[in-house]
Structure formats: structure tokens, C-alpha cells
Design a protein around this ligand. Structure first.
Ligand SMILES: C[S@@+](CC[C@H](N)C(=O)[O-])C[C@H]1O[C@@H](n2cnc3c(N)ncnc32)[C@H](O)[C@@H]1O
Length: 274
């Protein structure tokens, strides 16, 4: 998610119109069409380079990979461009998957973009590496995280790796206590407001999107649960996964002192899930 303030106050009035018709949408339903613009600051190449460094540290082979919560396919397609073995990617949002499929079709990438919730990966097969990044896991309430772990476990081959990230409370406190961004792109404008509620440990993000020639304003409410790193480590400890590492901010350094904004976890499938 963006860092720092990009507020353009002069753009605000378009969202304040009393006569506008507001239409509530599910998370990522309306912003799917502008997601790549929203994320244009993200260096997906560097991210993929980091993910590759993470898995090759623990699995030097050429694993078959699946990306969970793949959104519009930016990571999956970059993996494909680099010649990695990625045959499938999944997400819960059909709108995001439609974008991913269209992008794959344009470049001739043979990746199957499958609808699957992190809490039910039954539409997927088994893989040597499962990836799930860009704080997608944070969309699960704490009580649902163990099931996501179990699902990932069931869809890995023996010795397979599950690599996922979370954004931390330090990140929410630094950047999202009260954050507003108003922007325009080709054929649309949007407003994004985020606030973090420390008592609930929930980060709320509200989007309003307006498309050219459409009088409606599409609204989305996103909730992300900001788990403590130690809590995640405990849940992993309750599973048969072996925790190979928890790395802060795109480094290979461990997590110390609550400073990290983002933590990538690398887990290996061991034993059996009881
Ligand atoms: C911040 S986006 C990240 C997308 C992509 N990984 C990327 O790097 O651009 C979060 C994604 O998580 C997906 N998501 C949220 N909750 C989910 C769930 N329970 N199961 C599967 N996907 C989910 C959303 O649909 C969205 O595409």
C-alpha cells in the first residue's frame, strides 16, 4: 500500500456532491479496473526478485509455483516473464481475476487464473511453492488465519514452501493512522481514505471511485487485521509447518524491536496436519 501522503485537496469536491448516487461494492469489485494505476508506485520486479531469493535460499531447484490472492496478476506475470514455472494463480475476486486473465491473454502467458478463497483452496492442485503477498493475508480476521495456513499446507507437495507476507502495526501507525489520497487517472478519479484503529488492530480503507461518463460513485470498504508478528509465529508453531524465517522489509534480517513495516514468512511443509 502507498506510503506517505498524496493528498490533492483541489480534487476533493467531486466526491462531495450531494446529488451523487453512491453504490456500495465488495472489496476489489470497483477498484479492479484502476488497481494497476493505484499500484503504479510498486516495484513488482524487485518484489519478484526478492521472492525468488527467498525460495532459492531454501529450495534451489526449479519449483512449480502458484500465487494466491494474485489480484490482477502482477507478480504471477512477472514470474512468467522471467521463465519461472507458474501454471496457476488464484484470487477471491472475480473482477481482479478478469483483469489478470486479460493481461495474460495479451502477452500469451499460459497461467490459469482460478477463483479460490484463501480459506478454501480446493479448486487448486498441489505445488512446490505457494506465494501470497502484498498484505493479502491481512484481509483474514485473526480467527481465519489458521485455516488459511491449513489450506496452504494441503496444497503443497512434501517439503514445499509457503511464502507470505503481512504488513505490521508499525506500518499502520506510521502511514495509515489517518491517510487520504485523491487522484485522477485516465477516465477515472478516486478517493482513498485509510485509518488505523489500534484497539481493534484493524486498518480500514475506504475507496470512492468515479468513472468518466458515469454519474455513480462506487464505494468499497476494506478491513485488514494487523496481526502481531509473535502471534503469527505462535500460530505457525501450532501447525506442522517448519518456520524457516521471518524477514523484515525485503531483507534477510530477522524481525526485531517492532520496526519492520512488512514481514515475509517462509514456511516448509513438514510432517502431517492432524
Ligand atoms: C492488496 S491486493 C494484492 C494483490 C496481488 N497479490 C498484488 O501483489 O498486487 C489483495 C488481494 O487479496 C485478495 N483477497 C482478499 N481476501 C481474500 C481471500 N479471503 N481469499 C483470496 N483472495 C483474497 C483480494 O481480492 C486482492 O486481490
Amino acid at each position: 500500500m502507498p506510503k506517505g501522503g498524496l493528498t490533492r485537496q483541489e480534487d476533493r469536491p467531486i466526491f462531495a456532491s450531494k446529488s451523487a448516487m453512491y453504490v456500495q461494492k465488495a472489496p476489489y469489485e470497483a477498484i479492479a479496473s484502476i488497481y494497476d494505476f493505484l499500484m503504479r508506485h510498486v516495484d513488482y520486479r524487485r518484489w519478484v526478485g526478492y521472492l525468488k531469493a527467498l525460495w532459492t535460499r531454501f529450495d534451489p531447484g526449479r519449483p512449480d509455483i502458484c500465487e494466491l490472492a494474485c489480484g490482477t496478476g502482477n507478480i504471477a506475470l512477472e514470474l512468467w516473464r522471467r521463465g519461472h514455472r507458474i501454471s496457476a494463480a488464484s484470487d477471491a475476486s472475480e473482477a481482479m481475476l478478469a483483469r489478470a486473465r486479460e493481461k495474460a491473454r495479451r502477452v500469451g502467458a499460459e497461467i490459469s487464473f482460478v477463483r479460490a478463497d484463501l480459506r478454501d483452496l480446493s479448486p487448486l492442485g498441489k505445488f512446490k511453492v505457494l506465494l501470497c503477498v502484498y498484505d493479502s493475508i491481512n484481509y483474514l480476521p485473526e480467527g481465519e488465519f489458521p485455516e488459511a495456513l491449513r489450506q496452504a499446507y494441503m496444497h503443497l507437495s512434501p517439503g514445499g514452501l509457503f511464502i507470505f507476507d503481512i504488513c505490521t502495526e508499525a506500518n499502520s501507525m506510521k502511514y495509515f493512522l489517518d491517510y487520504t489520497e485523491v487522484e485522477s487517472g485516465p477516465g477515472f478519479s478516486y478517493e482513498r481514505r485509510s485509518r488505523y484503529e489500534p484497539e481493534e488492530r484493524v486498518q480500514y480503507t475506504y475507496f470512492k471511485v468515479r468513472l468518466a461518463g458515469d454519474p455513480r460513485i462506487y464505494c468499497e470498504t476494506h478491513r485488514q487485521w494487523i496481526y502481531p508478528v509473535e502471534w503469527v509465529v505462535e500460530r505457525i508453531g501450532e501447525s506442522p509447518f517448519e518456520l524457516l524465517g521471518a524477514f523484515s522489509d525485503f531483507t534477510f534480517k530477522g524481525v526485531r524491536g517492532g520496526e519492520a513495516n512488512r514481514v515475509h514468512f517462509v514456511l516448509r511443509k513438514e510432517g502431517r496436519w492432524r
